[in-house]
Design a protein around this ligand. Sequence first.
Ligand code: PLP
Length: 558
Amino acid sequence: MVNFADLSVAYFSMEIGMNPDIPTYSGGLGILAGDTLRSCADLKLPVVGVTLLYKKGYFKQELDADGNQVEHEMNWDPSAFLHPMPQQAEIMLEGRRVMIKAWVYNLMGSTGRIVPIIFLDTDLPGNSDYDRRITQYLYGFDEKYRLAQEIILGIGGVKMLESIGCCNIQKHHMNEGHSAILALELYKRYSQADEPIEEVRKRCVFTTHTPVPAGHDQFPRELAEHMLGENILPDIREELYINNKLNMTYLGLRFSKFINGVAKKHGEVSRNMFPGYHIESITNGVHSYYWICESFQKLFDKYLPGWEYDPFSLRYVLGIPKEEIWSAHQKAKQQLIGWVNKHYKADMKEEIFTIGFARRVATYKRGDLLFSDIKWLMKIAEKFKGIQIIYAGKAHPKDTAGKELLKRIISKMQEVSHKIKVCYVKNYDIATAKLLVSGVDLWLNTPQRPQEASGTSGMKAAHNGVLHFSVLDGWWLEGHIENITGWSIGAHPNDSKENVPEEDAEDMYTKLEYIIIPRFYEERDKWVEMMKHAIAINGSFFNTHRMVQQYVLNAYFK
Ligand SMILES: *Cc1c(COP(=O)(O)O)cnc(C)c1O
């Protein structure tokens, strides 16, 4: 068991995804949180996670025949996975008392060490109906609801940690600005100190995750004052607002001593966005063991014993015989193809070159770039033995442009379906992601630069020897070596300021036709050599073990 008094780092995240059966995440941010905590457990670090319960999850995605997204509630039973805790915490919200209870999930690492994750829950009989629903939906309803959630997470989180006996927390890591209100609660603890803000800053670490403005929460001052009330001490009241808004990113920046972006380029972009702050970068990773499929796990067990404790040893994959790499990949591919044929009657074949694309359907990710010239795409499919395409991804329920994009993608898929086997896998989640990132041959990524802060699905693909074909943005600027770990799409950001969609599309089709697909079908040896390099060079680095060690050295224990 864990002794809460020994824990010194509290990791706060609006979403944490670490188990396919616990739907308290929407995508990249939550899965990063889950992978991070899993590595913390493996590395036996004194860390506790804090998040909200979301009894109705994010949403379950269905698609109708026209590609309209239909959203369903996800009901799940917390008591099947989490343990209720006897302690409660109490906060003031909108002038009312709100009681909070906690559930704990014991995330066990490879060495048996547990990192507890605290899920805050306001569904208690003494609370008003509104308050009971605060921890029901991830990213649901209006801005007031969202602010209420962030107050529960920030203030409720700090209080709950004290209540359950985590009384030695030295660092509060805000995984994105959603939890930045915790700084206001810490400020209360040190308001009598000589330099109260410095005291808070010493205890806070802030990671910013997106250069997209919509990703930075801000609330009107009036709403913030109304909701927070006396949680804001008078002496800092005047300096919290920028343009009359309570901006969570500024809160994180102002109250944290260590601040970072999630890739080198993103650090640079963030420094330009927020001048005057010292912003470093720690490039994201994924949990190697969690994301490597079974056939590769077995292969690495044979050649790299102990690799599950030490993902850096993936660099020795270069010595594994090519036939065995290929056969491990074919097994993963068989699983995926069998699965899409069974569930979607996709009629796909294991020998055919397969492209995967799965991410949140947001316009800047340009999921329709692959279909921007379907004549060219179909011509390529005919020239070789064929192409298969598998897509997945949810649009945020309020993102109408994203939903239009989703419809457009599905209609383009239907247009090419007489020449190319296609499948849109619905309800993208951890379970389907595992199948996809290991089972396709090529992982495609086409964001508008410089909006991809990091991206992590390409790292999952690389761990499984699935080659990455992407715009040079986020982590790919660090992981890309042309023709060795994968391929780029379009210009390098140092050479051109903007990426022009037409140029990117032309580069994409040209490389598919003249380099990538010929190599897959006609130079299999070279292809497998690249797979080995993707694992050795990128799997051994873009993992959360390396990332967490950087947080430990640069941010947590400093
Ligand atoms: C990894 C993952 C993501 C994030 O992928 P990006 O490449 O960062 O967009 C989103 N959803 C699921 C289910 C994932 O597994």
